[in-house]
Design a protein. Sequence first.
Length: 232
Amino acid sequence: MNTFDLPRRFAAEALGTGLLVATVVGSGIMAETLTHDTALALLGNTLATGAMLVVLITVLGPISGAHFNPAVSLVFRLNRSLPARDLVAYFVAQVAGGIAGTMAAHLMFALPMLEVATKLRAGPAQWFSEAVATFGLVAVILAGFRFERRAVPWLVGLYITAAYWFTASTSFANPAVAVARSLTNTFSGIRPVDLPGFIAAELAGALIALALMGWLLKPETVQQHQPLKAEP
């Protein structure tokens, strides 16, 4: 059971989500500044995000669980790892922290604190990509907690690094991050009008992962049979 009180867990979730979004948005701005090669820009964005996830989950995980993601918090509530009374607080911390992360990235690069994104990210392929990305993320987290808890920071960081490249949406896999990215008109932005499709797909992917992994990871019931006694 987590020994940290709710205010400190709230702060850890806000801080972690904020630093994650600042990394996503800031590295995207830096990449666009340094190169006109989209693939190279995406690579820079990917490596920074994956590395930051390892760091944040390692140092903040012992405080709040390092969800940084409403879809992950919802899954942990449904499998009873997160108390119901804490769920809304986690959601608020994650969204508020994410928006603060966008603002911080903009301030570092002398941009307006908040902008309305104009980058189109819509359509069945994008939505399916988000469902797949979030499904994989939740599956990795649940299996990691079951089999190799200490490796979870690396598993998540490596998974997101890969998912940036194998999904058409570049793997937001996080409703709070999606909201925060709708407030930046830079490399990592998403139009606000595209948010509902992304968030619905992310939640669907998370719930499917919870259902499948709940079955897949359930221990088998081994029936013990008494040996037959030899007849005298």
